[in-house]
Design a protein around this ligand. Structure first.
Ligand code: ZN
Ligand code: ZN
Length: 197
């Protein structure tokens, strides 16, 4: 079976994103206007929950952050560059060892929202409703259409993606998702997620 759907970016599916309500924990929705941008640029996204009164357009990022250090070594002046893993709880400093003089010191971190490949919505950073563990990895999707698209790709045995856009969703799927040996279990998990909405 051949995969011949268009090469969409993840953002293509971001007009309707099922989330876990940050207030009551029930299934809630983030909606936004359609855009052709690869990354979410719209400022008209809204989160709302029908189970409680929660509703917001305030774009205070609730998702993951990545910390960066780009400074000179306090001992020898060599440029020190470092980045943290994506995390939710930020902190002020991290110990980094200089690659030149090998002395360790705590350096201040600058934090930026981390939006790629995490199980959060791209506008507010709320946890996705549609996420499930597969062999110590998290499989996630914004909505039924998004998951169906991924499912079609996973199920396809013939994948012609050499000439596709580098920002396309399928070109950026993690390795564990595209391995043939994981195909059946992933398709089952996707079907389970789709049944939740
Ligand atoms: Zn709620
Ligand atoms: Zn140094």
């Amino acid at each position: 079976m051949k995969f011949n759907l268009p090469a969409y970016a993840t953002n293509y599916f971001s007009t309707t994103v099922w989330i876990k309500c940050p207030k009551c924990g029930e299934k809630a929705l983030v909606t936004s206007q359609p855009t052709n941008a690869v990354i979410p640029l719209t400022n008209n996204a809204e989160a709302h929950c029908t189970s409680c009164s929660f509703k917001t357009i305030e774009r205070n990022w609730s998702g993951y952050y990545q910390g960066f250090i780009n400074l000179s070594c306090g001992y020898c002046g060599t440029r020190i560059t470092h980045c943290t893993k994506p995390i939710k709880e930020i902190y002020a400093k991290e110990n980094v060892t200089c690659t030149s003089c090998h002395k360790k010191r705590a350096y201040g971190l600058l934090w930026a929202p981390y939006k790629s490949n995490t199980a959060t919505d791209p506008f507010f950073g709320y946890d996705l409703w549609l996420q499930i563990e597969v062999k110590n990895n998290i499989l996630w999707g914004y909505n039924k259409e998004h998951l169906t698209y991924i499912r079609t790709y996973i199920e396809a045995t013939l994948r012609e993606d050499n000439s596709r856009h580098k920002y396309s969703l399928i070109a950026n799927l993690p390795q564990w998702m595209v391995l043939a040996k994981n195909r059946d279990s992933i398709v089952k998990k996707i079907d389970k997620l789709i049944s939740l909405v």
